[in-house]
Each structure stands twice: as structure tokens, then as C-alpha cells.
Design a protein around this ligand. Structure first.
Ligand code: HEC
Ligand code: HEC
Length: 388
């Protein structure tokens, strides 16, 4: 087959040099037959490596396009490998499930022990492009923004006694490399960085996979493309109610919850952390527990809202189980707090009451439901590759 293609392109191209180039471009098999047989004993991976670079519509803004697909492929395998946990029962996908927007649908998550995590799992599928959101602009990870990248996050998560319970990540990586198929995948992924330790390679591959996740085939995106990026105009593909909800969202919510690929877009920067008035007195102090700065008490990450319909329960402690409850919070339930964000206060500095009527509340929820995109996240390149 390869020879046939080669001859064919030689005929078409006419010169030998260009036909070699054409051949290399058309047949990019990632594995030799032997390698593929070894890998395929355990994993369902495509012979030709998946493309992990997303083609975001221009209207969503800038995004990186330099994802190494072989690193992402290794990262995908690691993401689903239960050997990453001390009891062999928990993988990253235990708490980050693709069909749940890469959240887990739980108030608090269960890892290797009975005790639950102290915060709600963050949905990794909440972004048009995870890479664009965290890769530019210095936005940080976790509810309290304590990690600057996935390498820091994954190191912490894998060592966390409640989540994955590993004591030594170097030993873990070396153990994985006892498997023939992991040796093949690691070699392919890091052919240009052979000097990295196995632990560094494992973490970097996980990072490359996680940051490759993105979704931008929502009804909102379609509307935005049709409207040439003019978010303030009604979308022709939306119902009247959804357009009403969009207008309410743009006025009251978009300053914090950006729908674009990055927190900074078109000269405006969205508010990436805030106190949104859940309590007057917080049990979990959020960013303060990292910074010990009074102004950070009760301040948490502003989550991105793609797939919000399927990533409940909501807030850092999963206190709201429906979007209706969330909207009611912003309409009538905001509590007074020293750090309550100014945009959630009225002109006297008191907690703002939007006092939305029933139709407005429903419109806002209807709009939030236009942000769902299950198809992107269900792409096979993000799925569990382990056989049986
Ligand atoms: C036991 C459940 C559990 C497991 C297993 C788990 N996570 Fe998480 N993950 C969470 C929770 C809970 C949070 C939020 C924690 C916080 O903010 O303090 C989180 C947050 C994250 C974030 C931050 C997202 C953001 O937008 O800030 C990333 C990235 C992430 N996890 C990736 C991973 C990866 C990669 C793995 C596997 C190595 C993994 N998780 C395993 C529960 C889990
Ligand atoms: C001042 C910034 C700000 C504004 C304005 C704002 N939010 Fe939020 N929002 C936040 C923060 C911060 C959180 C997380 C708070 C926490 O968990 O402690 C949040 C959480 C949420 C969540 C839960 C996300 C999740 O993954 O659990 C939803 C849904 C939400 N907001 C919707 C809205 C809507 C709808 C509006 C407008 C009516 C709005 N927000 C206005 C800052 C804001």
C-alpha cells in the first residue's frame, strides 16, 4: 500500500524529491507493524495518530496550535490508567468524565479512600480550548488558583491521599515503563526530549492531553459565527427566550464569565476570581487559604461555563444542584461580605438584587443551556483507550 502510494505520487509529482515529501505527508503511520501489534494488545489507538490541535472559529479569539499529538496520545492513556492511583481503582476520569463535561456530577468526589474531596470537581470541558484559557494570560488552576499549570496540579492530585494517594511519582513512572506498550508510547512522544526523567515525561504528557481538551460546537458558537462575532445582536438561530437570556447574561454575568477562548478579549479582561456572595462567613476561605491576604477571603475562581448544563452540582462546594437555584442566587440570594465583588453590589454597596421575574429566570437558564456541546467531548481522541 505504501509502495503503491509512493509510485502514484511519483507519477503525479514528476520529480523524485517532491514525491518523497508528498509520501511523507500522506502516510503518517505512527507505529511499525510490530509496535502497533504490541500497543494494540492493550489499547485501542489509531494507527495514524489523532490530531489534537483544535480549529476554533476566529470569533472566539486566539488559541495555540502546537500540541504534540504523540504526547497527547500518551497523556490520554495515562489519564485513563488506574495504576496512577495507590489502590489501582481510580484514574483521572473517575472525577473528570467526558460525558459529564469532564466533571463528575458529584458534590464532592470520591478517590482512593472513603473520605471525599473538600471541593467540587472542576469541569475540564468548560472551555473552548483549555490550552488557550490557561496557556496565555497567567490564569491559574483549582478553585483557589493555587496551581500555575497542569504539571503542578497533577503532581498534587496524584500525591493527594484522598484523591490518588501516590507517595513517589518517579517510582510510578518507572513502573509504568516496565510495560512494552508504554515504552513505545513514551519513546514516540519524547523523541526530541530524551533527557527528561520518566516522571517529567509522564506529567508533561498528562498536561498536553488535558490542555488539548476543548469544545466549541455549541449552539451559542454557531450563533456567534453566524453573527460575525457580534455577541450583542440577537442570534437568528436562537429562540426569543434564548436571545432574552443572552442579553441578561451579557449585562449581568459576562464581565466575570467569559465565553471567549481567553480571559482577555477585544481589550476587555474578565474577572477571573471573585467573591460572589454565597455566604457572609465562609467555611472554606478559597484563595485566602493560599495567599493569607484578607482581600482574598471567600474569593474563588470564576469558572468557565461551557457545558454548565451537564457539570452540576454547582459552586466550589456543589451547594446548588440546578441552574434554576444558581440563577435564584444571583437574583435574590447574594449575601453581604467584605469582599463581595463590586459588580455584585448596588449603588449603595449592598448586595445586588436583580429581582428577575419568572420569565427572565427561565430565559437565563435557557441561554445557559445553549452552551452545551457533548459531541466535541465525546470525540474518540478523548476517550478511554484501554481494552476490556
Ligand atoms: C478523586 C477525584 C479526582 C481525581 C482522581 C482527579 N481529580 Fe482533578 N480535580 C478534582 C477536584 C475536586 C478538583 C478541584 C480541586 C480544588 O480546586 O481544590 C480538580 C481540579 C482539576 C484541575 C483544575 C481545573 C481548573 O480549571 O482549575 C485539573 C486540570 C485536573 N483536576 C486534572 C486532573 C488530572 C490530570 C487528574 C489525573 C492525574 C485528576 N485531575 C484526577 C478531582 C479529581
Ligand atoms: C463578580 C463576578 C461574577 C459575576 C458578575 C457572576 N458570577 Fe457566577 N461565579 C462567580 C464565581 C467567583 C463563582 C464561583 C464561586 C464559588 O464557588 O465560591 C461563580 C459560579 C457560577 C456558577 C457555577 C459554576 C460551576 O462550575 O460550579 C454559575 C452557573 C454561575 N456562576 C453563573 C452566573 C450567572 C448566570 C451570572 C449572572 C446572573 C453570574 N454567574 C455572575 C463570579 C461571578
Amino acid at each position: 500500500m505504501k509502495t503503491k502510494l509512493f509510485l502514484l505520487s511519483a507519477l503525479v509529482a514528476g520529480t523524485l524529491t517532491s514525491c518523497i515529501k508528498d509520501d511523507a505527508e500522506t502516510v503518517v503511520h505512527n507505529y511499525s507493524d510490530d509496535e502497533f501489534a504490541t500497543v494494540s494488545k492493550h489499547l485501542s489507538l489509531p494507527m495514524q495518530v489523532d490530531d489534537y490541535n483544535l480549529a476554533l472559529p476566529d470569533v472566539l479569539g486566539a488559541f495555540p496550535t502546537n500540541t504534540n499529538p504523540k504526547e497527547a496520545t500518551l497523556g490520554r492513556v495515562l489519564f485513563y490508567d488506574k495504576r496512577l492511583s495507590s489502590n489501582g481503582e481510580v484514574n483521572c476520569a473517575t472525577c473528570h468524565i467526558p460525558e459529564k463535561g469532564f466533571g463528575d456530577g458529584e458534590k464532592f468526589s470520591k478517590g482512593v479512600v472513603e473520605e471525599r474531596t473538600s471541593r467540587n470537581s472542576l469541569a475540564l470541558g468548560a472551555f473552548p480550548s483549555f490550552n488557550a484559557y490557561y496557556g496565555f494570560g497567567g490564569t491559574r488552576m483549582f478553585w483557589d488558583n493555587r496551581a500555575s499549570n497542569v504539571i503542578e496540579q497533577a503532581t498534587e492530585t496524584m500525591k493527594n491521599p484522598v484523591e490518588m494517594g501516590n507517595t513517589n511519582l518517579g517510582d510510578l513512572a518507572n513502573e509504568l515503563l516496565q510495560e512494552d506498550y508504554y515504552r513505545i508510547l513514551f519513546d514516540k512522544a519524547f523523541v526530541n526530549q530524551p533527557w527528561l526523567t520518566n516522571e517529567e515525561k509522564m506529567l508533561q504528557a498528562l498536561q498536553t492531553f488535558v490542555t488539548s481538551i476543548g469544545c466549541f460546537n455549541t449552539r451559542y458558537d454557531k450563533g456567534l459565527v453566524d453573527a460575525n462575532g457580534q455577541d450583542n445582536n440577537d442570534f437568528s438561530s436562537f429562540t426569543q427566550e434564548e436571545n432574552r437570556g443572552k442579553a441578561l447574561f451579557n449585562t449581568n454575568c459576562a464581565s466575570c464569565h467569559s465565553l471567549k477562548s481567553t480571559a482577555s478579549f477585544g481589550g476587555a479582561t474578565s474577572i477571573t476570581e471573585a467573591n460572589n456572595g454565597l455566604d457572609s462567613d465562609y467555611e472554606d476561605e478559597g484563595v485566602y487559604s493560599v495567599s493569607f491576604n484578607e482581600a482574598d477571603k471567600g474569593v474563588f475562581k470564576t469558572p468557565m461555563l461551557r457545558n454548565i448544563e451537564i457539570t452540576g452540582p454547582y459552586m466550589h462546594d456543589g451547594r446548588f444542584s440546578t441552574l434554576e437555584e444558581v440563577v435564584e442566587h444571583y437574583s435574590s440570594g447574594i449575601k453581604s461580605h467584605a469582599n463581595l465583588h463590586p459588580s455584585l453590589r448596588d449603588s449603595n454597596g449592598n448586595p445586588k438584587k436583580l429581582n428577575l421575574n419568572e420569565a427572565d429566570k427561565q430565559a437565563l437558564v435557557a441561554f445557559l443551556r445553549t452552551l452545551t456541546d457533548k459531541t466535541s467531548l465525546m470525540h474518540s481522541r478523548y476517550s478511554d483507550p484501554f481494552k476490556g
